[in-house]
Structure formats: C-alpha cells, structure tokens
Design a binder for this molecule. Structure first.
Ligand code: SF4
Length: 179
C-alpha cells in the first residue's frame, strides 16, 4: 500500500471557493481519502499546522494573522502550493489596494449604509490589517501555483497525484484556467 501524504490547507483572505473546487473532484474524493491524511484544514478542528508533505494556501495576505499562518505553513510543509487568483495576485481582496487603509476603514465602518453607531473597530483581539493586500509569494517562497478563480478540480487532482507519485505535475492548458 502507498504511504499517505500529509496535507494541510488554509484559507487566508479567501472565500473558500478554492477549497470547494477540491470537493469538485467528485467520486475521486474516495480515492483522495486513500491517498492523503489531513493535518490542519477546514474539515477538522486542528488549529496548528504540523509537519506536512504538502501545504495548500488559498487567499491573499491581508492581515497580521494571515502572515503568521502563512509563515508557519512554509516552515512546516515540504511543498507549498498557492491556489487561486487571490493567492497568486491578490485577487478580489487586493481591490482595496486602490485606496489607503484609512479610506477603506472609513468607508466600511463609518460611511457604510445602515450602520448602527458607526465606529472603526479597535479590539486588540482583531488581527491588524496590513496597509496593502499581498499575494502569497510576496511573503514566502511558493513551490507551485494553480491559477483560476477557482482552479479546476482537474488541476488540483493532477497536482496531488503527481506529488504522491513523485513526478512533476502536468499542468497543461486543458486543465488550467485563468478566470
Ligand atoms: Fe474565492 Fe476565487 Fe479567491 Fe479562490 S481565487 S478564494 S474562489 S475569490
């Protein structure tokens, strides 16, 4: 029997749509369970990432907690994969980069329609927002990237099986998309 690979996944500033694309591999999910063992991921309650063969990162880097989690994934995972437009180029979260952080906070918490007692949150428990949203590779080294919003299930499957088989993933145009 093939040894299982240990996989951790996380969503930084993302919408979990890329995670949903993993579920789109449909009946291959049964094969996936045979091939991988999950460390930290949305499907369990593990809070800290442990030593893993593969780390999968969805979402951009928008706050101090995102930076911390991402660096921990880089430390613990032999191979780190950034999936989806948000992770690769900042995607939708990076649309706020057209404005200053102060302008974004003012618009969201003070000028927003229908707000009750408008006030910018100052709770120290909240992770501090970065001045700009960053793609993952601006913060840590990334080994593989899968574009798309979200990437296709086929490209995710090819990446996982290639890493398991110890070969380079064949990520051709028929399974990669950029929208
Ligand atoms: Fe969601 Fe698209 Fe960003 Fe993935 S790339 S987290 S699907 S918005």
């Amino acid at each position: 029997m093939t040894d299982k690979i240990k996989v951790a996944t996380t969503s930084l500033a993302g919408c979990f749509g890329c995670h949903m694309s993993i579920l789109d591999i449909d009946e291959k999910l049964i094969d996936l369970v045979e091939l991988v063992e999950f460390d930290r991921s949305p499907i369990n309650d593990i809070k800290q990432v442990g030593e893993c063969d593969l780390g999968i990162i969805e979402g951009a880097v928008a706050n101090s907690e995102n930076v911390e989690v991402l660096r921990e994934f880089r430390r613990q995972c032999k191979v780190l994969v950034a999936i989806g437009a948000c992770a690769l180029n900042g995607g939708i979260p990076a649309m706020r980069n057209h404005f200053s952080l102060a302008e974004c906070l003012q618009e969201s918490y003070v000028n927003g329609i229908g707000l009750d007692k408008p006030k910018i949150p100052t709770d120290p428990e909240l992770p501090g927002l970065l001045n700009k949203v960053h793609p993952v590779q601006e913060v840590v080294k990334v080994d593989y990237s899968l574009p798309g919003c979200p990437p296709t299930a086929e490209s995710i499957w090819e990446l996982l099986t290639a890493l398991l088989e110890g070969r380079q993933p064949q990520l051709g145009p028929e399974i990669i998309r950029y929208d």
